[in-house]
Design a protein around this ligand. Structure first.
Ligand SMILES: Nc1nc2c(c(=O)[nH]1)N[C@H]1C(S)=C(S)[C@@H](COP(=O)(O)OP(=O)(O)OC[C@H]3O[C@@H](n4cnc5c(=O)[nH]c(N)nc54)[C@H](O)[C@@H]3O)O[C@H]1N2
Ligand SMILES: Nc1nc2c(c(=O)[nH]1)N[C@H]1C(S)=C(S)[C@@H](COP(=O)(O)OP(=O)(O)OC[C@H]3O[C@@H](n4cnc5c(=O)[nH]c(N)nc54)[C@H](O)[C@@H]3O)O[C@H]1N2
Ligand code: SF4
Ligand SMILES: [Mo]
Length: 731
């Protein structure tokens, strides 16, 4: 029987509503859900063509063990007992920190997996948690912690009422945004412009989203100077809301002092944004009834993502826009994650590593992982569980160094839907269920931080049954704890119950004690919502929650700093700015004539997760985009091969010309490079080139305040490759 079921996509943070036609556990078609309370009929190709990933012939259906060069299917009992035995041996011989875990982007869309993975590692006593959070947004968590008292206090632009929105380093129309829930972003920006507001995009590339507003080119990785000058100009022109600052904030003098040297003219010399343009933008910002600055990945991945986000938040705060309709708001989630972190500090606790490097929200830098595996001392990482990630392609891998490190691990486990490049080096691969196969509400955004200008909640039950040999991540972590004889959550009863539920999963009795359903019902009850059953029956398209009218943050107990005031100049951040800014500026002047490399997200690809889909991946390769002016200087035309070299590596890649890029900028879509992916045959036929071979790792290349990797704005030399093979053709 054909059934139409309602769910929401979990591939990116837009979490669009979907209608899925299903027969005999098979997807017949996926359409946008026109009745979803926020996405209202919007979805992109990645969501509507997900059947090509769901029913992909290369999906794993049984645990795999590497035996020599071959892969052997084994039972779950064998996999879990062998893995537990090895982990126990390593913990006994080298201590718990010799075993780490690495969480990828899809695990951020999974509510239960991080809870149980965290509980397992806490029970083991290991603080070795890595993840691609340090390739993406850890700088924001660091600033939130220092300014507002918790990494999870995350303000978002009130686009529904804002009259001036400035967006740096994001392309929401393609990406669906990050840490800001805005499906169908283009429509939302159009609405802003239609009511007389301004949407201003600051980006080295004229991006798809900026067609609805204004665009200014900025030289990659120079936003720090733009933001410092913006902040200084705002202060100098008297646009500080002194009353609000006095009442709710502290250290404004510290902020004023450190930005005072940064004039519109000084920034213009490195950013390429004229002094007049900057002044005009500050005036426009000050004149608007409600203004907000937002930044994302393109700036986060620069050398000073933390400093940039701090200045950006300060501009929002001192101009009186923080916690005000039309400015930036601090959402109230289903569960107040920030408060949870305060009362359960073992989750997401920030601490300094043994080499004094900070971790933010407990996450160690992905850019230090190779070092940590290759080091010879007692802190060496010897085993790694990679959950929903493909770090070999997505993290800095200078000249293949991360690959060399992974080969040295005594135990590498990949939990995935596929045997990806990282899985290829693993000792065991454990096949996981995906989002179509599990019950869920949207993770961090709506549920825990409510970074959504139209607050709502949605819950969807599993739509499909996973293949017989596939298991849920929560189950794997609980079963491993059971095998290792560890107590989860430091709670005897909770631990016994979780282990019992895991043992009963899939049996007749298990139907009556489904741990995921019990936990979701509990969380929804805590947030004042109906049970999962009622949500899917009565509110399948989501339920609108009370609007956020501002005025619920400043001066309230939700500001979690010690004195309840927003800190405008946290000492470590402000002193880092003082120590770094002039040096970085000099470097910019010196390197003004060189190329910088940035990324370029593509509509039909989601990091490496969609690479094996015939319906989504048609190009044989990715390209290096550059402007015609640069191309003519290099003597290169479309399809000819470029050699791109950084201090860390060298790649060869065909060129594609576009006037959307500013001079001396080269954009390469990231997360390609599937030449060795024999577990992903379609991807292997469409390999492309891995641009992360050009980014550096180790302490000199990891941002010192937050552990963020430097993956955008990398200095490179670009040449035309004279002797090249026939250029690849698209199929
Ligand atoms: N140069 C450059 N590099 C970048 C970026 C950039 O902008 N430029 N972006 C960075 C960013 S922001 C991110 S988040 C990272 C992303 O990089 P990763 O976090 O490594 O994410 P993916 O590449 O999508 O790999 C995810 C893996 O998870 C698997 N998977 C999908 N769903 C599930 C599931 O439900 N369970 C499990 N267990 N596995 C699943 C997929 O099959 C895939 O193999 O890349 C980073 N790398
Ligand atoms: N289609 C698609 N959607 C995705 C993903 C995907 O792979 N494909 N990945 C998902 C993930 S994991 C994330 S984190 C989000 C990210 O979502 P976004 O933060 O929107 O990331 P990008 O689309 O990479 O946009 C970054 C923008 O920054 C610009 N940029 C690069 N360097 C600089 C700089 O130095 N300064 C400024 N001002 N701009 C710069 C780039 O030109 C680019 O347009 O997207 C998510 N959604
Ligand atoms: S924008 Fe596309 S990938 Fe993102 S949630 Fe919506 S349908 Fe899924
Ligand atoms: Mo990301």
């Amino acid at each position: 029987m054909v059934e139409t079921k309602i769910t929401f996509c979990r591939l990116c943070e837009a979490t669009c509503g979907l209608q899925v036609e299903i027969e005999d556990n098979k997807i017949l078609g996926i359409k946008p859900d026109p009745e979803h309370v926020v996405s209202k009929g919007y979805a992109c190709v990645k969501g509507t063509r997900y059947a090509s990933v769901q029913h992909n012939p290369d999906r794993l259906t049984q645990p795999l063990k590497r035996v020599g060069e071959a892969w052997q299917e084994i039972s779950w009992e064998q996999a879990l007992s062998e893995i537990a035995k090895k982990i126990r041996q390593l913990m006994d011989e080298h201590g718990p920190n010799s075993v780490g875990h690495f969480a990828g982007s899809p695990s951020g869309a999974n509510v239960l997996s991080p809870i149980f993975r965290g509980a397992l590692f806490e029970a083991m006593g290991s603080s070795r948690m890595y993840g691609t959070g340090t390739c993406d947004t850890m700088n924001k968590f660091r600033v939130n912690e220092d300014m507002y008292g918790s990494p999870m206090r995350l303000a978002y632009p009130d686009i529904n009422h804002c009259q001036f929105m400035l967006v740096l380093g994001a392309n929401p129309a393609i990406s669906g945004n990050t840490l800001y829930h805005l499906p169908d972003a283009k429509r939302r920006f159009k609405e802003l412009v239609a009511r007389g507001g301004r949407a201003v995009f600051i980006n080295p590339r004229r991006v798809e989203t900026s067609s609805v507003g204004e665009h200014h080119f900025i030289r990659p990785d120079t936003d720090l100077f733009f933001l410092a000058a913006f902040c200084n100009e705002l202060i100098r022109e008297g646009h500080v809301d002194a009353k609000r600052v006095d009442a709710f904030m502290k250290n404004v003098q510290g902020l004023e002092r450190v930005v005072s040297a940064w004039t519109p003219e000084r920034q213009a010399a490195v950013t390429g944004i004229s002094a007049d343009s900057l002044r005009e933008l500050v005036q426009g910002h000050a004149a608007a009834q409600g203004a907000a600055l937002y930044m994302a990945t393109g700036v986060n991945q620069g050398r000073s993502g933390t400093l940039c986000f701090w200045l950006l938040e300060c501009i929002n705060a001192i101009s009186g826009n923080l916690d005000r309709v039309g400015g930036t708001l601090m959402g109230e989630g289903l569960i107040d994650m920030a408060q949870e972190v305060m009362t359960n500090p073992q989750i997401m606790l920030s601490f300094d590593r043994d080499d004094s490097f900070p971790t933010v929200a407990g996450q160690q830098p992905a850019g230090m992982l190779a070092d940590d595996i290759l080091r010879e001392d007692a802190e060496r990482v010897r085993a790694l569980i990679v959950d929903a990630s493909n770090p070999l392609l997505t993290c800095p891998n200078p000249n293949g160094r991360l690959e060399e490190a992974f080969k040295k691990l005594e135990l590498l486990i990949s939990i995935d839907l596929f045997r990806n490049e990282t899985g290829n080096l693993a000792h065991y691969i454990l096949p996981a269920a995906n989002w179509m196969e599990r019950p869920e509400f949207p993770y961090a955004l709506q549920s825990f931080t409510a970074c959504t200008p139209t607050p709502y909640m949605i819950y969807a039950d599993a739509l499909l049954k996973p293949p017989a040999g596939v298991r849920h991540e929560w189950w794997m972590f609980v079963r491993l704890a059971d095998e290792l004889g560890l107590r989860l959550f430091n709670h005897r009863l909770g631990s016994v119950a979780a282990k019992l539920a895991a043992r009963l999963e899939g049996t007749f009795l298990g139907r009556f004690i489904s741990l995921p359903h019990l936990l979701f019902d509990g969380m929804m009850k805590k947030g004042g919502l109906p049970s999962g059953k009622k949500m899917t029956r009565d509110h399948p398209h989501g339920i609108l929650m009370p609007e956020n009218h501002g005025g619920n943050f400043l001066g309230s107990d939700r500001v979690l700093t010690e004195d309840g005031r927003v800190d405008l100049a946290p000492s470590k951040i402000a002193s880092s700015f003082e120590a770094q800014a002039e040096r970085l500026y000099e470097e910019e002047l010196e390197n003004a004539g060189r190329f910088k490399l940035i990324g370029k997200r593509e509509m039909s690809r989601i990091n490496t997760s969609s690479c094996n889909s015939e319906k989504l991946v048609r190009d044989r390769t990715n390209y290096a985009y550059l402007c015609p002016e640069d191309a003519s200087k290099l003597g290169v035309s479309n399809g000819e091969i470029l050699e791109v070299e950084s201090a860390f590596g060298r790649i060869e890649i065909p060129a594609r010309l576009t006037d959307a890029l500013m001079p001396r900028t080269i954009a390469i879509p990231q997360c390609w490079g599937h030449g060795k992916a024999d577990g992903l045959p379609h991807a292997q036929k469409h390999p492309g080139v891995n641009s992360n071979l050009l980014s550096g790792d180790g302490s000199a290349n990891v941002e010192a305040l937050s552990g963020m990797s430097h993956q955008s704005g990398i200095l490179v030399d670009v040449r035309k490759l004279e002797a090249f093979p026939a250029p690849p053709r698209d199929i």
